[in-house]
Design a binder for this molecule. Structure first.
Ligand SMILES: C[S@@+](CC[C@H](N)C(=O)[O-])C[C@H]1O[C@@H](n2cnc3c(N)ncnc32)[C@H](O)[C@@H]1O
Length: 362
């Protein structure tokens, strides 16, 4: 039985489910969820591409960011380098390689760890990081107290969202029902009392607003697990004011083989589903759990501040020149002002200074 069949059966037996429950099943169902069994990140045969997949420049730059964090908390002999939601493990691999090679004095005491929920991606991470001593956890609490730095690249956009609609008769939530064998949207009263208070008053009638209670509690748990250091969140999205300018259609979308999926309710579990991150909500949740915002910048400015463009120099050998040119074009994609370069970098700190971090300097 497919996930679609199982969801249809469940809805027929027990009534419509929230869009958030649908998205949770589509991505994380134990048997058929996209991240549980099929997630494909990268180029060939994959569904979507992320920054680490473009080559080692991203990991090398973030290794410099990690070193800045290590210096800022007083160069402890032992410190944690944690990645949450590590995909295929490419960022962690490149970051640790760069740390060992370029800054061995920091690399020696680094304790790497990954927080990951997908069994499929954990396997891929283990392959990418073969030979490295590394801890895996499915929740941040297991690693507490973290002393060092936590990276979360494109993780918060993979959390289920509740979808609220300002209808003529008041606030409603999008639920998923079955009609003629297909999943369809329907509106009902909000499933959780808190949801009403998360929707800005200025959302126009007909407008949609997404609330990720899951992402908010996840960042709060992460915040509580940090003893000293930094959390770097890199993602697409906007603050509440930005998101309000787009409110209407909502931001939930699916990707399959690098193409947009037209109907998010079609073929659950077969493709990725994602939503833009509400940074205002994430900041509120992180600060409520003990982190302080040290700064916000873009991926472009952060990577330039970390010297990403200086990495390959100007070789004299013609073949090396070609290699350097191809690496430079990968870096251009990371910095693209209307693409990856526009992603936000939020840096949160606990018991750690906000100055001296090159990625926040521009
Ligand atoms: C869009 S992918 C990004 C992967 C990787 N960071 C990259 O840039 O290629 C989202 C990642 O977050 C993981 N993830 C989703 N929910 C999570 C959770 N609650 N805790 C930890 N990881 C999670 C997914 O399994 C996946 O590895």
């Amino acid at each position: 039985m497919t996930l679609l069949d199982r969801l249809a059966q469940r809805i027929k037996a027990r009534g419509p489910i929230t869009f958030a429950d649908y998205m949770d099943a589509a991505l994380y169902d134990e048997k058929d969820g996209y991240y549980t069994t099929k997630a494909a990140i990268g180029f060939d045969g994959a569904d979507f591409l992320t920054s680490p997949e473009l080559g080692p420049a991203f990991g090398r730059a973030l290794a410099r960011a990690a070193v800045d964090c290590w210096v800022a908390i007083g160069k402890p002999a032992q410190w944690d380098v944690v990645e949450a939601g590590a995909g295929r493990g490419i960022l962690m691999r490149d970051l640790l390689d760069a740390l060992t090679k370029d800054r061995p004095e920091a690399g020696r005491g680094a304790r790497p760890a990954i927080i990951e929920v997908s069994p499929r991606l954990r396997e891929q991470q283990a392959l990418a990081l073969e030979g490295r001593e590394l801890r895996w956890a499915s929740v941040a609490r297991t690693l507490a107290p973290i002393r060092g730095v936590v990276f979360a690249n494109e993780v918060l956009d993979a959390f289920p969202v509740h979808v609220l609609v300002r209808a003529d008769e008041g606030l409603r939530e999008v639920f998923v029902d079955v009609k003629d064998g297909a999943l369809v949207e329907m509106l009902r009263a909000p499933s959780h009392p808190d949801l009403r208070y998360r929707v800005p008053d200025s959302l126009p009638v007909g407008g949609r607003w997404e609330v990720s209670l899951g992402a908010e509690s996840w960042i709060a748990q992460l915040a509580a697990s940090v003893g000293q250091g930094y959390v770097l969140v890199i993602d697409y999205g906007g603050d509440e004011a930005d998101l309000l300018t787009r409110a209407g259609a909502g931001t939930v979308r699916g990707f399959s083989r690098h193409r947009l999926v037209s109907n998010a309710l079609e073929a659950p579990g077969e493709h990725d589903l994602t939503a833009s991150v509400n940074f205002t909500a994430i900041r509120r949740a992180a600060e409520g759990a003990g982190l302080a915002l040290a700064g916000i910048t873009t991926q472009r400015d952060a990577l330039i501040g970390l010297g990403v463009r200086e990495a390959y120099g100007r070789p004299t050998d013609p073949l090396d020149q070609l290699r350097a040119a191809s690496k430079r074009s990968a870096i251009d994609v990371l910095l693209e002002p209307n693409g990856l370069g526009a992603y936000a970098v939020l840096c949160f700190a606990k018991d750690a200074p906000a100055d001296g971090l090159r990625f926040l300097a521009r």
